[in-house]
Structure formats: structure tokens, C-alpha cells
Design a protein around this ligand. Structure first.
Ligand code: SF4
Length: 480
């Protein structure tokens, strides 16, 4: 029997947009992203014969009142929404709103960051019936099929659910092996792409998209460390971009993959296809510093890449080794300079407060920034997310009391290191932003970039407005 399923991206949190996508489940004041994972889920459910409606309340800046109207109109059998740790209680209102209209509607929520604490999630979210803990691409369709056939939820891997006043969890799902089997996400359920942008509202129409997913590296602080890497081939990616170009006039895409250049041959294939087809879509990606050399970066630039983001984490080799980054500071410097040399914008992200951090290593990170002058930088503080090795090292061994997961955000420390208090780390973060934004050499380097890339002028202006606003008025909270 086909079910009616309502997919919900909850509203903004205190007016601030929220990203609810696997490794990135956070508030982010200056980005409004498509609910890509829900669009994928919608396409999968339709493929299985179910009837689907989707509400992106965050994207459209709508309220729970709009959700209530849609529930009354659509009368779904099941409602699936995403939630994040810091917006947990707010996001659970999606379930309460649905239940207030009709208690018999099954509610299911997706969140990756809390996947190791299903009991706590269900205990603290009374209107949530089923928690989809991992691999939504396989688990959500299996769950809806089970609900539709009335079969036991014990047979659906990757979930936690309520049963006879108890909470039951099922085993690990088998991850999707062939990512090319995913249908094109159901973008047609969005009226348009007008609300969406990343970092600054420029280059629209814009979308995020995954060309691969997962990361087999083992960085101790990362919530997706050691997850199987699955990838799409060039023809499959081109099919989606072509569709987005034709339907929405897409101009910019951010490949949301954790490690876009993990497989060099695949990246070369994608680039050659993009060059051949000349879709005139500019794109951005994330990767690790040792997986990007000048030759590859030049090819990416030729294929439309305009910016790359590296998770550098620290300018101190001692710190990189302590978190098993398996990249050297020299490799990181070379990658940043090579990307700049081929006229890519470079975003570097850093984390203060990883094991062993002290004021000397903070200075090494600031030295790295001064030497390489990336186009922009994010300075975060370390967050010991549940399920990471960092979490185990801090709370498993020391017996320290764990903070409320609602407080885990990379703009405010919940824990210090041996040599630095949480307050020191917050201070280091602000100091780093101040050092960057008041650096004449940094501004000059970006002006030089603009002289070579005048088409970036509008983006650069919006970015400058953003950082001023963020630094002066918001103290770099809920944003980077
Ligand atoms: S390389 Fe990036 S995505 Fe992969 S484990 Fe390390 S931090 Fe996470």
C-alpha cells in the first residue's frame, strides 16, 4: 500500500537559518541551503510508489503554523523531519505540531550527530515515534515500506523506536554501495531556488549537492570519520547539473562532499565532462590538503571550480598528529598556495582546543594564516561530539561530566585542554578572527585576487559586509 509522506525541514531557529545535513547539523546565520537529504529521500520514496509532499520551512522562512496547515491539507500517514543537537527542542516541535493535528500520524526524525545516543533522543523527544539514526538513503525507504506493509520495525536496521513502554534499537544498516543508484533529488518539490545561498547571497540560483559521501579518514574529532566512501560517476552528476540548469538556470553549486578529491581519476572525469559540456556552472568543493596538487587544481579551475575549502585544523604538526589528521603542515601550506596560484578562492578551517593545544600551538596556527593568507578562514573551537574518539578520550577516560548536547556548537568551548581553559579557547578564536580581519596584507591579497577576478566583486562586497556584521554585531556566534 502506498503511503502519504510529508517531509519537513523545520523553521529557522530564533530567526537564524539552520543546516540540517549529516556532518553539518548547525545554525548558520549566513547560509540558507536546500534540504538536500530530504529531497533525496523524497525522490526515493516516490520511486517506491509513495505519495510525497515537502515543506522547507527553513528555506522559505515559514513557521510551524504553515506546517499545521499542510498537515491538515495533505493528511499524511507519516511525517519525516530532520533535527540537530543545538536546535533539538525547537525541531521537535515538528513532531508535536503533526501530533496535535492527528495523533495517528507516525513521526520519524533524522539526525546523524546524535546517532550513538538513541535512548536519550527518544526520551527527550516525546512526540518522536521513530529515530532514523544513520544512512537515511537506505533506512528511510525501508522504514516507510515497513509502515506501509505493517511489518515489524525490528526488521528495519538503523532506527530506534518505542515499543511497550520501552525503547528498542535495531542493528547497523548496510550502507548504499552504488551512489549512482540514487535518483535525482526531488527538486521539483521546491517552488524555485531563490532563497538558497552559501556564506553570502551571490551567484544565485545556487544549490548544494553531494557527488560523493562519507570519509574513510580517521580524524578523532570528526562525526563522519571512518564512514564508507560512496561516489557518483561523472555522467550521473552531469545529469543532475544539466537538469538544474534547464529547470532553474543554476549558476553556482557547492559540492557538499566531505572529501571531493578522494579519487583523483573520478575528479578528472568530472572535470573533463564539465569542460566538454560547458554548462557555465561555477562550483565549490571541500577536501583534504594532501589530495590537491597544482595540476589537479588547474584542471578543476578550467572546469568551473572557483573555490576550495580545506580542513587544515591547526598550524602545529604536534596537534595534527594528536588527532590523526595524517597531513603535514607543509602539505597544507603547499595546497593553499597551489590553489591560490590557479586563482581559486581558498577557505581554510581551523579548530582551537584539540588535544595538546596551548598558546604556542595557537601561535603556530596564526603563523600559518599569516604565511598563506587564505581568501577566508573559519576558526572553530573543538567540540567533543558523541561517538567521536575525541569524546571518548575526554569523557570516557577522565570521568568528566558530559555537557548537554544542546550546548555543542563550535562557537563556544564546552571543555578546555590541559594548558588552556574553555575561556582561553574562546579568546583564541576571537583573537584569530581579529588578526585576520585587521591584517592589511590579507586585505591586499584579496584585492589582488579581485583585480584578477573582477567577476567576484559582488560576492566580495557581500562577504565583506557579512564579516563586518558578524564580527561587530554577532561576536561570531551561530556563524563562521
Ligand atoms: S578528512 Fe575531514 S571529513 Fe574526513 S575524517 Fe577528517 S575531518 Fe572528517
Amino acid at each position: 500500500m502506498a503511503l502519504k509522506v510529508l517531509l519537513i525541514n523545520p523553521p529557522r531557529f530564533e530567526g537564524i537559518p539552520v543546516i540540517r545535513e549529516e556532518r553539518c547539523e548547525i545554525t548558520e546565520r549566513y547560509s540558507v541551503l536546500e534540504p538536500y537529504s530530504l529531497l533525496q529521500t523524497a525522490a526515493l520514496l516516490r520511486q517506491a510508489g509513495h505519495q510525497v509532499s515537502l515543506l522547507d520551512l527553513n528555506g522559505r522562512d515559514q513557521s510551524y503554523g504553515d506546517l499545521e496547515s499542510e498537515v491538515r491539507r495533505f493528511r499524511p500517514d507519516a511525517a519525516v523531519y530532520r533535527f540537530t543537537p543545538t536546535t533539538f527542542d525547537w525541531d521537535q516541535k515538528a513532531a508535536s505540531t503533526v501530533k496535535e493535528v492527528d495523533k495517528s500520524i507516525t513521526t520519524a526524525g533524522i539526525c546523524w550527530t546524535l546517532h550513538t545516543m538513541p535512548r536519550q533522543v527518544l526520551t527527550e523527544a516525546p512526540d518522536l515515534d521513530i529515530y532514523i539514526r544513520q544512512d537515511y538513503e537506505v533506512v528511510a525507504p525501508a522504514l516507510i515500506d515497513a509502515l506501509s506493509s505493517g511489518s515489524s520495525l525490528d526488521g528495519v536496521a538503523g532506527i530506534a523506536f518505542r515499543a511497550n513502554d520501552d525503547i528498542r534499537t535495531t542493528g547497523k544498516p548496510v550502507p548504499l554501495k552504488d551512489y549512482d543508484l540514487m535518483p535525482i533529488p526531488a527538486f521539483d518539490l521546491l517552488p524555485d531556488l531563490k532563497p538558497y545561498y552559501v556564506t553570502a547571497p551571490a551567484g544565485r540560483p545556487f544549490t548544494i549537492l553531494y557527488t560523493s559521501k562519507g570519509c574513510p579518514y580517521k580524524c578523532s574529532f570528526c562525526t563522519v570519520a571512518g564512514t564508507p566512501w560512496k561516489m557518483r560517476t561523472a555522467p550521473h552528476i552531469l545529469e543532475e547539473l544539466r537538469y538544474l540548469k534547464e529547470r532553474f538556470g543554476l549558476r553556482t553549486a557547492s559540492f557538499f562532499d566531505e572529501t571531493f578529491t578522494f579519487n583523483r581519476k573520478r575528479v578528472e572525469d568530472i572535470c573533463r565532462s564539465l569542460i566538454e559540456e560547458d554548462l557555465k556552472v561555477k562550483w565549490y568543493c571541500n577536501t583534504r590538503a594532501h589530495l590537491a596538487d597544482k595540476e589537479l587544481l588547474a584542471l578543476m579551475r578550467k572546469a568551473g571550480c572557483r573555490g576550495i575549502s580545506f580542513g587544515i585544523e591547526s598550524g602545529s604538526q604536534r596537534i595534527l598528529d594528536s588527532v590523526e589528521k595524517h597531513v603535514t603542515v607543509e602539505q597544507a601550506k603547499e595546497a593553499v598556495l597551489a590553489a591560490k596560484a590557479v586563482r581559486l578562492k581558498v577557505l581554510c578551517s581551523f579548530i582551537f582546543g584539540l588535544p595538546g593545544e596551548d598558546w604556542d600551538s595557537v601561535q603556530e596556527t596564526l603563523g600559518f594564516v599569516r604565511e598563506t593568507l587564505p581568501t577566508s578562514a573559519q576558526f572553530n573551537v573543538a567540540v567533543p561530539y558523541p561517538g567521536t574518539r575525541l569524546h571518548e578520550q575526554i569523557y570516557g577516560v577522565t570521568g568528566l561530566e558530559e555537557p548537554d548536547f544542546r550546548k555543542m556548537y563550535q562557537h563556544a568551548s564546552v571543555v578546555g585542554t590541559e594548558k588552556m581553559t574553555p575561556e582561553d579557547l574562546d579568546k583564541a578564536r576571537k583573537m584569530a578572527y581579529k588578526a585576520l580581519y585587521t591584517s592589511g596584507r590579507w586585505w591586499l591579497s584579496n584585492v589582488k585576487h579581485l583585480l584578477r577576478e573582477p567577476s567576484d566583486l559582488y560576492l566580495a562586497t557581500r562577504y565583506a559586509m557579512k564579516i563586518t556584521n558578524n564580527y561587530v554585531f554577532h561576536g561570531m556566534r551561530d556563524a563562521h
